[in-house]
Write a protein that binds this ligand. Structure first.
Ligand code: C5P
Length: 399
């Protein structure tokens, strides 16, 4: 991770609390990691830490005033707000949080937060009673809801002698959080198409053939890919789940609908077949409800559905990487290896189903199989597994 901060532009806001002395250490380690740090002090912060110390450590004059003609002539506050790739306020006092929540812009730091397109992070630090106060907690909720990332506070002994939540997160931990926030996202700009959920194969206007798939794994993958920077299309059979924000949803019912949607979205970098597609459908769909006694309902003639994943993987416009899932009740790995080669997949994720496992559950146990290896991704929530799948994919089949 050491290279991430090299030449990255960070504004470090410091507000007036005893933890302000730790800002000096933070500036030092951020600059040592190669970041360009512009320190902005609130009026009260100057009582705790001198501008000269922070100027020496950051290598830049410290800014503390909105209306300083000399500083504004160098880089105006709007320019400074645009310059930043990230703003970190550490420590952020209760007063600072209240002012941010109210949308104030009457000093340099609050104005920068209003004017920046960059992500804003805060590391609150205050007396534990002030932190627990309903007003502070309401401000916290507002800031989180508006997309500000909050680190800490941590619990422990406080400068005032109290013990509780309110200590500023250590500079080392803050630095690594900032590295994470500025790290390039794994799938930035990539196009990912995912099928999810079951399909329904109509027998007549009221009956259908289907399975127990909840869609949770495919939806978790869609969210993880979106968070990793991808443009995601989620082709979903009927599920009880809400389409995730920031994902293009295509709702389908039958396997044939799903195939049509998949081929219509074949231009992508990664295609993930996560849907539990019905292998068969009734050969004929009755136009009217079949009636017991009037028709023989003991036999329904079935025909095979198209294999969506195999068609995508063998298509002339095959996406760069195509992966699938296999749910098996026995000899899971052997069956999965067979599907891997038969469907011409790059990798297949295998889960054991039956006995209440996998289908509909929030947790799952998955193995990753490709032509070279089998990896145990372990037992975890589908959300955590989705992230593991994407990082394994990036390692073995970089897009
Ligand atoms: O049903 P099966 O075990 O063959 O499913 C393995 C993989 O193939 C899954 O990823 C599933 O989404 C996909 N599949 C498909 N179209 C089918 C059957 C399965 O895309 N008709």
């Amino acid at each position: 991770m050491g290279y991430v901060l090299s030449n990255r532009r960070v504004i470090l806001g410091v507000t007036g609390g005893i933890a302000a002395y730790k800002a000096a250490e933070l500036v030092r380690s951020l600059t040592k990691a190669g970041a360009q740090v512009q320190v902005v002090l609130s009026e009260a912060a100057k009582a705790f830490v001198t501008p000269l110390t922070l100027q020496a450590l950051s290598g830049h004059p410290v800014r503390d005033s909105l209306l300083d003609p000399e500083a504004e002539a160098g880089m105006g506050h709007i320019e400074l707000a645009r310059w930043a790739e990230l703003i970190l306020i550490a420590p952020a006092t209760a007063d600072c949080m209240a002012r941010l929540a109210a949308g104030r812009g009457d000093d340099l730091l609050t104005t920068l937060v209003l004017a920046t397109p960059a992500p804003v992070h805060i590391a609150p630090a205050m007396n534990q009673q002030m932190w627990a106060q309903a007003s502070t907690q309401a401000n916290l909720a507002t800031l989180i809801q508006r997309g500000i990332t909050v680190h800490g506070p941590d619990a422990g002994e406080q400068a005032c002698g109290d013990v509780g939540l309110g200590r500023m997160r250590q500079p080392e931990a803050l630095q690594s959080a900032i590295e994470d926030a500025l790290a390039p996202r794994l799938f930035e700009g990539k196009r990912v198409v995912i099928t999810a959920g079951p399909t329904r194969e109509a027998i007549d206007p009221v009956r259908y053939l289907s399975n127990h798939s909840s869609g949770k794994m495919g939806y978790a993958l869609a969210c993880a890919a979106r968070d990793a920077g991808a443009r995601v299309t989620l082709i979903s059979g009927p599920t009880a789940l809400a389409m995730p924000e920031g994902v293009t949803g295509v709702s389908v019912t039958s396997a044939e609908d799903m195939l049509h949607a998949a081929l219509g979205n074949i231009e992508c970098d990664l295609f993930v077949g996560c849907a539990a597609v019905s292998d068969y459908r009734p050969r004929l769909v009755a136009e009217q409800k079949l009636k017991k006694g009037q028709q023989d309902l003991s036999q329904i003639e079935l025909i095979e559905n198209p294999d969506i994943l195999a068609q995508v993987a063998s298509h002339a416009q095959r996406p760069k990487v195509v992966i699938g899932f296999a749910a098996e009740t026995h000899q899971a790995l052997a069956h999965a290896r067979d599907k891997l080669s038969r469907k011409q997949l790059d990798a297949i994720l295998v889960n054991e189903v039956g006995d209440g496992q996998a289908f509909g559950q929030d947790d799952n146990r998955l193995h990753w199989c490709d032509a070279q290896q089998t990896l145990d991704l372990g037992q975890a929530s589908k959300i955590v597994l989705a992230q593991k799948i994407l990082s394994t994919l990036q390692e073995h089949f970089p897009l």
